[in-house]
Design a protein around this ligand. Structure first.
Ligand code: R5P
Length: 316
């Protein structure tokens, strides 16, 4: 394979820089500008002909801007004769729209997958898709990593006292939570969640006993934080001692920071797939951001060398 080059969109430059550092290289030179009507223009400022290109971009807020940047970047690389283009998407936005759950609604996750392939990506590297099945929306190879080894490693380093229990704040997340429960060799409890709007949920029952336990609650993402905050309150009502929350993607939108500030959560552990807002940094002293740069960097190194990435799932 020809020379490896790493480029970044504007969504998460600090993460892209760390990945480049892990790989012992620097980010490729590119320049984003705007036309007067706000259309995005990208110019790649170094030769990429015949290169193995990795474009790093999270599809996070502002979601449509970042998605469009990614598509334009890929198109640019294709037309500049890159040999292979991998879209590295630490946070894959729109993945929650992955099925028709009522009449006359789109499956936007599939549309986004089509757009990325049509733009010219040869493969995708991502972490903790909302639903693993979204991989199947692509007809190109998708390497789907899990942040679980990174988050579990950190949680284990805390050497938590007392009896632990893993809690999934909803049924859809059980498979992910089971992975953590196996790693910790502890029981799994599941909360019966009903979503009543984009920002609100109702939770009345826990399948499992959290009384006097240290709760480790895990989810793929925190958006408005209704899910984890309601779940934490319910666990406390049912007698839990302490609550730790681990979530891969800190979207933290709308009322999230306010809700998290008031929630009975001792420590909130997230990763840097999405950069934290200043408001979140200033108001959430209990948040710990773990970097997934080494995980992504190692996956990129292996993809470049045509080596297996599957044993990255076992680290931590
Ligand atoms: C739901 O299926 C997801 O795993 C998350 O629990 C959910 O999207 C989080 O959203 P929010 O933080 O707005 O409750």
């Amino acid at each position: 394979m020809n020379a490896l080059k790493i480029f970044s969109g504007n969504s998460n430059i600090p993460l892209a820089e760390k990945i480049a550092e892990y790989l012992g290289t620097r980010l490729g030179q590119s320049r984003f500008t705007r036309f007067p009507d706000s259309e995005i223009m990208v110019k790649v400022e170094e030769d990429v002909r015949g290169c193995d290109i990795f474009v790093i971009q999270s599809i996070c807020d502002p979601v449509n801007e970042h998605l469009m940047e990614l598509l334009i970047f890929i198109d640019c690389m294709r037309r500049a004769s890159a040999q292979r283009i991998t879209a590295v998407i630490p946070y894959f936005g729109y993945a929650r729209q992955d099925r028709k759950d009522e009449g006359r609604v789109p499956i936007t996750a599939k549309l986004v997958a089509n757009l990325i392939s049509t733009a010219g990506a040869d493969r995708v590297l991502t972490i903790d898709l909302h639903a693993a099945q979204v991989q199947g929306f692509f007809d190109i190879p998708v390497d789907h990593l899990l942040a679980e080894p990174v988050i579990s490693f950190y949680l284990k380093s805390l050497k938590l006292n007392g009896s632990l229990i893993l809690v999934s704040p909803d049924v859809g997340n059980v498979k992910r939570a089971k992975g953590y429960a196996q790693r910790f060799n502890v029981e799994l409890a599941i909360i019966d969640k009903r979503r009543i709007s984009g920002t609100d949920t109702v939770m009345e029952n826990i399948i499992g006993n959290v009384k006097d336990k240290t709760v480790l609650m895990v989810d793929d993402l925190i958006a408005t934080a209704g899910t984890v905050c309601n779940a934490a309150n319910l666990c406390m009502e049912r007698g839990a001692k302490t609550i730790y929350v681990g979530a891969t993607h800190p979207l933290l939108c709308g009322p999230a920071v306010e809700r998290l500030t008031a929630a009975p959560i001792k420590s909130l552990i997230v990763t840097d797939t999405i950069p934290l807002s200043t408001t979140a940094k200033e108001n959430l002293p209990n948040i710990n951001v773990l970097t997934i740069s080494d995980l992504l960097g190692e996956a990129i190194r292996r993809i470049h060398r045509n080596e297996s990435v599957s044993n990255l799932f076992l680290t931590g």
